[in-house]
Design a protein around this ligand. Sequence first.
Ligand code: F6P
Length: 469
Amino acid sequence: MATTTEPDRKFVIVANRLPVRWVDDDRNGDSGHWETSPGGLVSAVRPSVADYGQAGWIGWTGSDVDEEPFVDDGLLLHPVSMTVDEKELFYDGMSNGTLWPLYHDKAVPAEFHRHWWDGYRRINRRYADAAAKVAAEGATVWVHDYQLQLVPGMLRELRPDLRIGFFLHIPFPPPELFVGLPWRDEIALGMLGSDLIGFQTPDAADNFHRLVVRRGLADDSGPGVLAHAGRRVRTRAYPIGIDVARYDQAARTDKVSDHARDLRARLGAPHTVMLGVDRLDYTKGIDVRLRALKELLDDGDINPRQVTMVQVAQPSRDDVEAYITLREEVDRMVGEINGDHGRVGFPVVHYIHQNVDFPELLAMYRAADIMLVTPFRDGMNLVAKEYVAARYDLTGCLVLSEFAGAATELSDALLVNPYDIDGLKAAIARAVAMEPTEARARLEPMRAAVLANDAVDWARGFLADLADR
Ligand code: F6P
């Protein structure tokens, strides 16, 4: 690894996190290790840099230790540091206590605090300054997600020579909900600093378009085109994809088949394995799926000797109050289900509150007859696509919330409204009883959709439009 301070990068990614994060191994922070950052953003965006010789990535390491920029495999990693207090205001506070719930239909109440907003502005300025320092003359800068919505506007002021794209990985709420945000115009104006703004779904793009026109921040210049400050700003949906080949190819290996077989055996060789894989987040609907399962078991509609559930809940944002409360609730519900319906050595719900590595995850996708993806609202949900990619033999059933962005492309899943517990119970019961011919007929078009738009297609599609003035 080498260091550089030259503004020589022709392509710069700006995202809250670097593609790798620093994890402390002990509480004193004396030792630690680098690992891939959590979430779908990194896995989708990382391959896009391969098309560019001189690329850079600006992001947070996840720790409060100052790190120098370093070059890893040709990619300049430029860490942005935050103190513990700054992280509390910017990340725990404004990003995940205000914007995250507001953009996800207020699954928990969004909090508005002026000191959080001040912290958000300060840290966005830090990312914009870093991008201005690293980007070469006329470079393309691609800014990501709700944590950094002010960066495009700030960067344009600093460096009008740059081509700036912004992609929002989470939903953008309807204007009626967004206008309650005290800093609504500042956020929207920040995004309007871009040349191209990408969203996961046409609805999200439309919500933003209507908002800025209604607020008088931009003029409508036709579908997906806005006029702002003498510039053209385009808005469009670019549904994000996954690295399909990685899942598809690995799933076909003997190693993964053996691993999946072993997993089923360790689960007690049940007739049906159900699976949930999520960050432990209240938007994901982990609680509703447990409630539905409990009622089905209580009513005798599901036999606990035949059906087992594995729920992976990756630890996430564990300094934020709503996440602490959710963890307690999920712990309690799992305990209740297993207490009422499990037997010694055979719990009904196998709950893993840990990160799982790729081979284990893939074995789970292969072992699962039913995949439960039930968010109240989700930008896309890549787990749904990963499951489909791993089911190369067209077996298995995806139960999917109609409020996940993925439902647009995966409309052949068993679609559910996660607020409707009876509907969810009916879908689970239907999935348990589904004939292989129906499962096959549903998976075939879904696989075609996932294969047709992988992560590289997605990034190239966005960047080609960004390059085209
Ligand atoms: O898109 C949602 C998102 O916040 C991404 O920015 C991130 O990759 C993922 O969720 C994980 O969240 P966090 O960075 O807060 O751990």
